[in-house]
Write a protein that binds this ligand. Structure first.
Ligand SMILES: [Zn+2]
Length: 192
């Protein structure tokens, strides 16, 4: 709902700016709605973080992307634009980290390099295959790019924690296999 909230307040601000060209009232209204927007976003992040930490208590830990070194990454300039602002993302991460620590859930930050370009199943190179979908040229694995990204982040975290990850078992299907968002969650949850 992040984008809905942001768009809604953006439209509201534009209206105020058009109606009131200057003055104290204009400033007050803009501040009021700015504050309201921040509160709603904050509330959203807390709810999301609670849900994530709750799941992590069951499954073992949380892996997050280390965003400090990705300033120039194409992935983030292109992909994060219009989805989540970098600021929002960091903010959400810090709330997750804080809540996780309170519950004793471990959090690891991983370098996001190649998490959207290499196949999480075989390590092959991924290429775009339609809107938001990536496909491996080697094994035919195909998934939404967010699924690919989170899968690779998870693998990196497991490696950092010293957990050996068995190769994913592939259903013997001609022309590769496709993993949807929901299937990915189920798959994640099936490992102990
Ligand atoms: Zn592959």
């Amino acid at each position: 709902h992040e984008r809905e909230i942001r768009t809604g307040y953006y439209v509201k601000r534009r209206k105020i700016q058009r109606k009131l060209r200057s003055g104290k009232r204009r400033k007050e209204l803009l501040e009021k709605y700015g504050q309201r927007e921040r509160n709603r976003l904050n509330d959203l992040y807390h709810k999301l973080a609670n849900k994530i930490v709750e799941l992590a208590e069951k499954y073992g830990g949380i892996a997050l992307e280390d965003l400090t070194e990705i300033r120039d990454s194409i992935r983030y300039s292109a992909e994060m634009n219009g989805r989540l602002h970098r600021w929002s993302f960091r903010k959400l991460q810090s709330i997750i980290e804080y809540k996780a620590k309170l519950k004793g859930v471990r959090v690891v930050f991983v370098n996001p390099a190649y998490t959207s370009s290499l196949c999480p199943v075989c390590g092959g190179k991924l290429s775009p295959n339609g809107h938001r979908v990536l496909k491996c040229s080697k094994c035919g694995f195909e998934a939404d790019r967010d699924v690919v990204g989170s899968w690779n982040i998870r693998l990196k975290a497991l490696k950092m924690w010293g957990v050996s990850v068995p190769p994913e078992s592939q259903p013997m299907k001609k022309g590769g296999w496709k993993v949807s968002r929901n299937e990915a969650y189920k798959l994640y949850a099936s490992y102990d």
